[in-house]
Design a protein around this ligand. Structure first.
Ligand SMILES: NC(=O)c1ccc[n+]([C@@H]2O[C@H](COP(=O)([O-])OP(=O)(O)OC[C@H]3O[C@@H](n4cnc5c(N)ncnc54)[C@H](OP(=O)(O)O)[C@@H]3O)[C@@H](O)[C@H]2O)c1
Length: 321
């Protein structure tokens, strides 16, 4: 089968379309013919490498996987021993590893049947970006109806989900985004949209119950300054271009504040099967809409990752096969 294989580290140039063996079936696993796999900031970071990632991989004892991609939508081709929820031909979506490939081995408990009205491309956007947004807004910021929420960096994958999820939870949403995304974010239901090239959100008198920082493009103190005294700051993202020192400095800024008793939080999204079901239900109820800016065929997957790395991708970018 064809797969986008990473040979080295440093830039998207290290990604090559290669012929590799198909993954083998195993207990509790299915083989999925990939139809769509969305790109996450994680894929860009993993391609660019760096000490931080190597340390994290060692701590988590993760296998040195040379095929990137963790989001998936496709058709079940084969089912392994012990699989009870799926049969060949089922259309599914969810998470797996090495999804930038024609065939993917996935745990059955990481997949759900794809809603009929959702395209493979849309379904492939949900796993990481949707879960991260849900956990940030619902679980860590604990947004309640009527609260005011600021979503900083609303135009990307996580941001477009976060705006909609905050709205479904009954919040008043102010979204900060770039000029190209103002209309899109408004169409997703944001009550107020601030174009960061025209206005500094920090100069508004408004104070918020929660600030969800996705772009990490402003200091933690400037973002915390717009919080109500009891408001919650949730750090989701790391700036792509601050390098290792930038990422560590931000993490430490958040952790030190948390130790000092401030209401700040950094989290790493967890794989919770119920969260995927929750998101699917919102979509089926017409309350959540995955947004895709561009799709790239697997043969041009390298360009997809390069584009996400510019920091200017709108909503989600998807690779198809
Ligand atoms: N904690 C976790 O578990 C977790 C999980 C997934 C992702 N992440 C992190 O979350 C971040 C976002 O992920 P993503 O997939 O949404 O990436 P993405 O699609 O690249 O989105 C980032 C967005 O930030 C916005 N942005 C760029 N410059 C900005 C500025 N000066 N001010 C405000 N917004 C700006 C951009 O859109 P606009 O300019 O239009 O707003 C861009 O689309 C990444 O750092 C990623 O590593 C964390």
């Amino acid at each position: 089968m064809k797969a986008l294989v990473q040979e080295g580290r440093g830039s998207a140039d290290v990604l090559h379309l290669r012929d590799v063996p198909r993954p083998e079936l195993a207990e509790g696993r299915v083989i999925v013919r990939m139809r769509a796999a969305s790109v996450n900031a994680l894929d860009w970071h993993s391609t660019h490498g760096g000490l931080l990632l190597e340390i994290a991989a060692k701590i988590m004892r993760s296998k040195d996987e040379r095929v990137r991609g963790v989001d998936l939508a496709g058709v079940v081709e084969e089912v392994g021993p012990g699989v009870t929820r799926f049969k060949p031909g089922d259309e599914v979506f969810g998470g797996a590893v090495a999804t930038f490939a024609e065939y993917v081995r996935a745990r059955e408990d990481r997949l759900l049947l794809k809603p009929r009205d959702l395209s493979f491309e849309q379904a492939a956007t949900i796993n990481v970006a949707g879960r991260t947004a849900l956990q940030a807004v619902r679980d860590h910021a604990q947004v309640k109806p009527g609260q005011r929420v600021l979503i900083h960096g609303a135009g990307g994958g996580v941001g477009t989900f976060a705006v909609q999820i905050a709205k479904t939870l009954g919040a008043h949403v102010t979204a900060v985004t770039g000029p190209r995304n103002v209309d899109l974010i408004r169409s997703l239901g944001a009550d107020e949209v601030i174009d960061y090239t025209k206005e500094d959100f920090a100069c508004r008198p408004q104070r918020y119950d929660a600030v969800i920082d996705i772009s990490a493009s402003r200091s933690v103190s400037s973002l915390r300054r717009v919080l109500m005294p009891n408001g919650m700051f949730v750090a989701v993202g790391a700036a792509k271009h601050g390098g290792l020192i930038g990422i560590f400095a931000r993490l430490i800024a958040v952790l030190v504040r948390a130790r000092m008793g401030q209401r700040v939080k950094f989290f790493v999204a967890r794989t919770v099967p119920e969260d995927l079901e929750f998101l699917r239900d919102l979509i089926e109820a017409g309350k959540l809409r995955p947004v895709i800016e561009r799709t790239y065929p697997l043969s041009e997957g390298r360009e997809a990752i390069r584009y996400v790395g510019t920091g200017q991708a709108r909503a989600k970018v998807v690779i198809t096969a």
